[in-house]
Design a protein around this ligand. Structure first.
Ligand SMILES: Nc1ncnc2c1ncn2[C@@H]1O[C@H](COP(=O)(O)OP(=O)(O)OP(=O)(O)O)[C@@H](O)[C@H]1O
Length: 851
């Protein structure tokens, strides 16, 4: 802090006043001439986060960044989860006077709009949530595109899934709420969930009264410019309007004005969407692979989009898979059309390459962020539209006919932009020169004046050289002194009497004449006027763009859909996908199914010449809630069990977002939730043991699965002793099977071969195993899933493949055979299995009372 003993300069007083109004964890960038400066603690933190030099002036810590390079530094700060406030100079500095400054924006990870700070292919959600007597209420907003939703649920699990899928950049909570929730029994679980969600994200607080639903409703209506919310199907007492109000107030605070690009609000209903909990999203590597990268994730394998809005739409559809068969069929059919006409599809992709990020550009323009390149990007996009529309119109399907009809062409706007804008455009309005010659007579006149004047200066210089005989005489310009005649000291005796002395420099004297002074006034005036004229023309152009903003957004959405579906068609063609049949049945029937990500990785490895298996072996799946409800899948280590059960979940998800799927044939009865419990999780750092995490996830599944759900379980019970683990696994299968006529479709991969005994006991269980071939005490993986149970793990053989020393392998074999001779109940189960397989009469099979 600044020492109180020192008297503050007026500028520092100004600085501290601005700083005092800022939320915590916000770096204030204070404009001082060509630099943004930080002081005191901000300077220390800024120097540390940004890697810049910390200096001192009169004992006060300072750190500065050049204003023209600020973007990169701001991006770095936001990435570090901090906020940046920008205080600009509001007037040209005058010597001896304090410059007027004011806060122009607060940039936070969830509210920044600038292209340079955004991840082009990712949505950028700001989430606000609260817990009240009515349960959980929430609102989320992507301020860059205006996508705005509210939701409410009496229970946490109704919404926590979508919060994780949204992957919000920033979360807003009522002040001190977290401490309160933590302390109370009713809300302790909610506080744990929210703390988990907050990890690695920026959090912000607003006053609790700002979450009031009635005030929120008022603010939402005011922002949307409507009298009520009936048109959006939202009741005025919807609890989500509370967080929605807080969110809008927060956005307005950061933009330093009301957000202008929010035109719609939607209600999110978990019952309309396929639900996946956070561990399922993680385990199935939907948005990120286990290493945290996009590479290796499902979203990457499904992304062949050409535009950033198309990539963001893909993310959105994976976040919210609709339980709406008609919508899914619409998407599938668009993909099918593009697939059947590869020539037209690749033509479309070619045109889409010229399409820019319309939703974000319109969002920025609506919020008053102006830059001549933005209408330039709109112009570029509009040029593609007639071509895109013409291609889409060549298809007859009702779905594509509708898309073509929704695609507007904006001929007048395009004509305006074409005639008004130059080809190359500056990044800032103040740079000028972006309006084309011939567009505006007044601007042309001012520019001519300017050009003529410059010619006048050149002529003047030539005439003065001739008149004075000073060959080195120069007419020059600088910002401080304007135009002047410079004469070297050696030629001073040749200077005529009418030259008026202006300044002395090391080797020369500078002069002016009344004529030159007059011309200077004319030139500067014309320059200033030309820039002002350009600015006013630019405002007219933007007004014309904004008049079309709603329609531009609708067209942008059509373009994103086309991009997404053409991309899916490209993937379907390249990887030989089929169109899944989707219905209300409770069956999952997959013929020749493949794992979309593993299949692509294998080909990549082959292309890179990496040795190993390169062909993915397809497998079938048949599940149904009322018949073949539970598949118990056994097989040696490394055989392909995990891959198989994951592929079923991924194919189901792909079908339920409207994509085609990696299978020869497929029929999916709509699934309401996908649950997965797969492998060890990364929550150890949160103080949970592997086994605890496994049991938490299993409990969640057993408590929330419905007869419409799909569950994949991998090695339940592995994290504890064999008997405990087997008993738990067994009881879990029994629970999922239940006593009714149906239950959730379940794939259960396990090393507990004893579990295959359940097939005889519970009618809706089926045994499958992943086949291997044995040869000379070696195993060969064939990757085929077939009916029946495996009776050996081949763990020792796999361990040999992994390079364990022979001494260990041989010793392990001896121990194994001794254990197998033992007569524990565990081994009785195994012996029963062997005996059955060998055809031993039932009466001679050892008995074990388990049921
Ligand atoms: N159908 C398939 N075709 C080709 N390769 C496959 C197939 N299924 C799995 N693989 C490959 O086999 C390897 C092992 O698969 P996976 O991890 O699914 O085995 P697992 O049976 O679950 O093993 P463990 O029991 O040891 O966990 C993976 O590297 C995968 O790439």
């Amino acid at each position: 802090m600044t020492s109180p003993a020192k008297k503050l300069t007026p500028m520092m007083q100004q600085y501290l006043e601005v700083k005092s109004k800022l939320p915590p964890n916000t770096l204030l960038l204070f404009r001082l001439g060509d630099f943004y400066e930080m002081f005191d603690d901000d300077a220390r933190v800024g120097a540390d986060v940004l890697g810049i030099t910390l200096t001192q002036r009169n004992g006060q810590p300072m750190a500065g960044i050049p204003y023209h390079a600020a973007d990169g530094y701001i991006q770095k700060t936001l990435k570090a989860g901090m906020k940046v406030a920008i205080c600009e100079q509001m007037e040209t500095p005058k010597p001896g006077q304090l410059v007027k400054r004011s806060l122009s924006r607060i940039l936070t990870p969830g509210t920044t709009l600038e292209d340079q700070h955004l991840d082009a292919g990712r949505n950028q959600y700001l989430l606000a949530c609260n817990w009240t007597k009515r349960g959980l209420s929430a609102a989320w907003l992507d301020l860059t595109t205006g996508d705005f939703q509210i939701a409410a649920s009496p229970a946490i699990n109704g919404l926590i899934n979508v919060f994780h899928a949204l992957d919000p950049r920033e979360i807003i909570l009522p002040e001190e709420a977290l401490e309160k929730w933590r302390a109370e029994d009713d809300t302790a679980e909610w506080s744990e969930e929210i703390e988990r969600l907050l990890q690695g994200r920026t959090d912000s607080t607003m006053m609790p009264w700002q979450f009031d639903p009635r005030d929120g409703a008022r603010l939402v209506m005011e922002t949307l410019g409507v009298m009520n919310l009936d048109g959006f199907g939202i009741a005025l007492d919807h609890p989500g309007l509370g967080p929605a109000g807080a969110l809008l107030a927060y956005a307005a605070e950061n933009l330093c004005s009301k957000p202008e690009n929010i035109r719609r609000i939607r209600e999110y209903r978990s019952s309309d969407t396929l639900q996946m909990d956070p561990s399922t999203l993680r385990n199935l590597e939907i948005f990120r692979a286990s290493q945290g990268t996009r590479k290796g994730s499902l979203i990457e394998a499904m992304d062949a989009t050409t535009t950033a809005p198309g990539a963001r739409l893909l993310e959105q559809v994976l976040m919210e898979p609709p339980l709406d068969i008609a919508e899914l069929k619409r998407r599938q059919s668009c993909v099918g059309e593009f697939l059947s006409a590869p020539g037209l599809a690749s033509e479309l992709q070619e045109y889409l390459r010229g399409v820019r990020d319309l939703p974000r550009i319109v969002g920025r323009l609506r919020n008053g962020l102006r830059n001549p390149r933005e209408p330039g990007a709109i112009r570029q996009t509009l040029h593609q539209l007639p071509h895109i529309k013409a291609v889409i119109e060549q298809f007859d399907s009702p779905e594509l006919t509708k898309l073509a009809a929704d695609l507007n062409l904006f001929p007048e706007l395009l004509e305006l932009l074409d005639s008004a804008l130059n080809d190359s455009l500056p990044n800032q309005i103040q740079d000028g020169g972006f309006i084309a010659d011939g567009f505006d007579a007044e601007l042309d006149r001012l520019r001519d004046l300017n050009r003529n004047s410059r010619q006048w200066i050149a002529d003047f210089e030539a005439a003065e050289i001739k008149r004075t005989g000073i060959k080195s005489l120069k007419v020059k310009f600088n910002n401080a002194f304007g135009y002047f005649i410079e004469v070297r000291k050696s030629n001073l005796e040749l200077v005529p009497d009418d030259y008026i002395r202006k300044q002395t420099v090391t080797n020369a004297e500078r002069f002016y004449t009344p004529d030159l002074k007059e011309k200077e006034r004319e030139i500067l005036h014309a320059d200033e006027k030309a820039i002002a004229r350009e600015e006013s023309l630019f405002a007219d152009i933007l007004a014309a763009v904004l008049e079309n903003a709603d329609s531009l957004e609708q067209t942008a959405h059509c373009l994103s859909e086309i991009d997404l579906f053409v991309g899916w068609a490209q993937i379907a063609r390249e990887w030989n996908y089929s169109r899944p049949e989707i219905d209300e049945s409770s069956a999952t029937e997959i013929e020749g199914g493949r794992h979309p990500v593993v299949e692509q990785m294998m080909r990549e490895q082959r292309q890179k010449g990496i040795p190993g298996e390169h062909d993915f072996v397809p497998n079938d799946t048949f599940l149904s809630a009322d018949e073949a409800q539970i598949s118990i899948i056994t097989g040696p280590n490394m055989a392909g069990k995990s891959t198989y059960i994951r592929q079923v979940a991924l194919i189901t998800l792909m079908a339920q977002v409207g994509s085609w799927v990696p299978a020869a044939q497929c029929r999916i009865g709509l699934v309401d939730r996908i649950f997965s419990r797969v492998g060890a999780s990364d929550e150890l750092s949160q103080g949970n043991s592997t086994f605890m995490v496994e049991m938490n996830e299993t409990a969640n599944i057993l408590n929330n699965a419905t007869d419409r759900s799909l569950i994949i379980l991998d090695e339940i019970g592995r994290g504890t002793s064999t008997y405990d683990g087997l008993s738990i696994a067994w009881a879990v299968v029994e629970h999922l099977h239940g006593h009714g006529a149906q239950g959730p479709r379940t794939l259960f991969a396990t090393h507990y071969h004893e579990l295959t005994q359940i097939e005889g006991e519970l009618v809706r269980t089926r045994n499958y195993c992943v086949a291997v071939k044995e040869w000379n005490d070696q195993i060969i993986f064939v990757r085929q899933v077939q009916r029946g149970a495996a009776d050996r793990s081949y763990g020792i053989q796999v361990a040999r493949l992994a390079g364990l020393p022979d001494t260990v392998i041989n010793r392990a074999k001896v121990i194994l055979s001794r254990l197998e001779d033992d007569d524990s109940s565990h081994n009785i189960l195994r012996k029963r299995m062997r005996a059955r397989k060998d055809g031993t009469p039932e009466k001679d099979i050892p008995q074990l009372e388990l049921f």
